[in-house]
Design a protein around this ligand. Sequence first.
Ligand SMILES: [Zn+2]
Length: 191
Amino acid sequence: MKIFNVGYKSSNYYLIDADQYCLAIDIGWPGTINDYGRQLRPAGKRVQEINYLIVTHFHVDHAGLVQELKDKGVKFILFDMQIQSIAQMEAVIQKKMSYKPINLEDNIIITLSESRKVLQSIGLSGEVIHTPGHSGDSISVFLDSGDAFIGDLRPENQIMEDDIVSKNSWLKLKELGAKRVNPGHGHSFEV
Ligand SMILES: [Zn+2]
């Protein structure tokens, strides 16, 4: 398994090459599909060679290209608890952004409790957990290797004292055994 940061425009997007299958975690702003494709070159991949996509939450800098990837054959793994956030994101996207709305009919919709089985089927050992704090729909992808992809959950040392929700999300991540944290913005860090 290899992990690549294929981010741009001050956001991190990740590509996990699990030998047989390739999983993307988060993707960029609307209208930036060419930037994204360019960032895949060091990983030796083209957009069409990505098999699956998961987004950590529905903010436009993390989910703005979902439909464009799907149109290139990428299968979108959508968690049932995230579905209602799509409309919320799309309601605030400005027209000038050349955004392609997400087709709700052709996604792979699963529950978080099914995530381990689904990741297994694409060659990855790990699970997806609910880690709210930054947004209610925020999830983290945890791999048993200790790598965690947390989207925009704040680093633990930047959480306000009374932000119990974010603190609980970190508790869950640490209980699972998160060691290397790959955030949506900024550098990766060790726990
Ligand atoms: Zn966000």
